[in-house]
Design a protein around this ligand. Structure first.
Ligand code: LR7
Ligand code: MN
Length: 565
């Protein structure tokens, strides 16, 4: 049940929310062992797990966490884990300085769990969450380590599917499905959609839908996908009539482009053939249960075989406070022989806070510097794409990374290119496999397309600005092999009439996002409207528009680097 506050209490809560980034008053009103709605898919309830599974050490790291979320995390784990599978719960205190986290906490633990299943371990200096997780892992004795943030709630049946999968494959690093606990009302809401992790080239984590290649892998028992699908299907069942997926060959450019959206055929009552949306195969119950491979993890909530965790290098102890370790562990897991999966039947809630309720000693950009360490060790030449966003970091000292480099050497880990090709093939690489990339420039005016640094997770109108010869990340645009003018995730889209702006929004297969660039006369023609990209009336700081093609200088463009056009 959500908690809604009124009057004085609401005022107090609001002022605390600023400091603690969540509604502590509401949290304090809720029982530490509250019941939760079982949000699992019903099919999870039918799965039977072996009677004998490896035992877990659950490690909950915290620095100055509020009382009720911290203890609710511990209660939820103890109450919802079968005792035979729970070796211990470690509350790993990363040098908190709040009074209630001293003897009060010690007394509460002893009184509440006299059997000692929950124990407190403290670091003797502020370690930051990365070194705190290493300390927790070293203190743990169970065969499987499960890390949780200190404001989580483990839901019904969360543990068995994790342990079972590690029992099957000790190289699997597993995330539960992470549910949302509302930071204002503390309501526990399921996520509903099963997503996987990706990343931005700025090395921030992102959520992504399950890519189609992974849906196919999970729905078919065939892995890798069969190479002669038509022949072998007829061999299986001679009474079937088969169609290939029909791809488009463009009538003007003769470009062959994938169809992408798998469709099936229907008919209209006038007896014309129609294309319809269709799922490629009927949903299969196992898809609600099977592990989902993911390129990355968010970082806080995951299970791993203890020995395997240390074999592949635990964490980089040179990383401070917050950030970067999640992608580092993700890349390293895949590149060094493991795999990363989400387990749909394991559900754990997390309070998503709007800011960090703790200090960053030295006021350092720890995410930036930690990410440099990871880029330098794991990303090979692709680190260029990180630095193109973070030129400011080039002058920063990221410390000694020789131990991590020799770890990579010793484990004979694969290249970052292997990771991109095999684990994250849908990741867009702005300067590879594209027709052209760089500044999109109107030579007559010296104006370039420019995102004006707007937040690319939102939809906005593409801007323009004087071309920055030193290179500015907000002016880098790619002409993809599908003829989309795009950024990392968003594409230029035109669907209006003469003089209308061009928006930047998540890429789809829509014709309004296709642009044909004719190098000979410099025009960039939008496929849906048939109109030309135009500098428009203003000469600087304004917005590019689309207009009837008329061969004017304002419609002539060059792209900085031509690769394949
Ligand atoms: O110095 C510190 N010492 C700590 O022990 C700073 C923090 N901490 C503890 C803190 O009390 C908390 O329990 O570390 C934990 C994580 O800190 P949060 O909750 O402030 O982090 P977050 O939830 O914003 O961040 C996510 O990314 C981090 C990157 O370093 C970590 O990997 C977090 O574990 C991670 N959390 C999740 O993945 C939860 C799911 C959210 C999503 C998406
Ligand atoms: Mn958190």
């Amino acid at each position: 049940m959500p908690v809604y506050l009124e009057g004085e209490e609401k005022k107090l809560a609001d002022s605390l929310i600023e400091k603690e980034a969540f509604n502590r008053i509401a949290s304090d009103k809720i029982a530490l062992d509250r019941s939760l709605k079982d949000v699992r898919d019903k099919r999870c309830l039918d799965v039977e797990y072996p009677k004998v599974l490896p035992k877990a050490s659950v490690i909950i790291i915290f620095h100055n966490e509020a009382w009720s979320p911290l203890l609710r995390t511990a209660h939820s784990v103890v109450n919802r884990s079968p005792p035979q599978f729970l070796h211990e719960v470690i509350l790993l205190d990363d040098f908190s300085d709040k009074d209630f986290l001293k003897t009060d906490l010690e007394n509460y633990i002893v009184k509440t769990w006299p059997d000692g299943i929950v124990r407190l371990v403290r670091t003797n200096e502020r370690s930051g969450l990365i070194r705190a997780k290493i300390a927790g892992a070293k203190a743990a004795e169970g065969e499987v380590l499960i890390f949780l943030d200190s404001h989580c709630e483990a839901n019904a049946g969360w543990l068995e599917p994790l342990l079972n999968r590690i029992h099957e494959d000790r190289t699997a690093v597993l995330c539960p499905e992470i549910d949302l606990i509302d930071k204002d009302t503390l309501q526990y809401a399921g996520t509903g959609s099963f997503n996987v992790g990706g990343f931005w080239w700025s090395l921030h984590f992102s959520w992504r839908p399950i890519p189609s290649h992974e849906s196919y892998r999970r729905k078919s028992k065939i892995d890798p996908i069969r190479i002669e699908p038509l022949v072998s299907r007829i061999a299986e069942d001679p009474k079937t009539v088969l169609c290939p997926i029909i791809d488009a060959i463009d009538d003007t450019t003769l470009e062959y482009s994938g169809n992408g959206g798998y469709q099936i055929g229907g008919f209209s009552w006038s007896l014309h053939f129609t294309w319809q949306d269709g799922s490629p195969r009927p949903p299969h119950s196992s898809q609600y249960i099977l592990p989902i491979r993911s390129p990355t993890m968010a970082g806080g909530l995951f299970a791993v075989d203890r020995k395997f965790f240390f074999e592949i290098g635990a964490y980089d102890p040179g990383m401070d406070v917050w950030g970067g370790e999640n992608l580092e562990l993700s890349f390293r897991t895949w590149m060094c022989g493991g795999k990363l999966e989400f387990i749909p039947c394991s559900r754990v809630g997390h309070i998503f806070r709007s800011s960090h309720p703790y200090t960053f000693p030295g006021n350092k950009d720890t995410h930036g510097i930690n990410s440099m360490r990871l880029a330098e060790v794991w990303m090979d030449d692709y680190k260029r794409l990180f630095y193109s966003h973070r030129k400011d970091l080039l002058a920063q000292d990221y410390g000694d990374i020789s131990d991590r480099k020799s770890l990579r050497e010793r484990l004979q880990c694969k290249s970052f290119k292997w990771y991109l090709d095999n684990v994250y093939p849908e990741k867009f690489i702005p300067d590879e496999n594209v027709k052209a990339w760089g500044m999109v420039r109107n030579p007559a005016s010296g104006i370039c397309l420019d995102t004006l640094q707007k937040d690319e997770k939102t939809i906005f109108d593409m801007g323009m600005f004087h071309c920055q010869s030193g290179g500015s990340a907000s002016q880098v645009i790619s002409l993809s092999n599908k003829n989309q003018l795009r950024r990392e995730e968003a594409c230029l889209d035109a669907s209006g009439g003469d003089g209308s702006h061009i928006s930047l929004r998540p890429c789809t297969e829509s014709a309004s996002m296709i642009w044909v660039h004719f190098k000979t006369n410099g025009t960039i023609v939008n496929k849906y409207t048939g109109k030309c990209l135009d500098v428009g009336k203003e000469n600087s700081g304004g917005y590019p528009v689309i207009n009837e093609c008329k061969g004017s200088d304002s419609q002539k463009w060059t792209i900085q680097y031509y690769i394949n056009l």
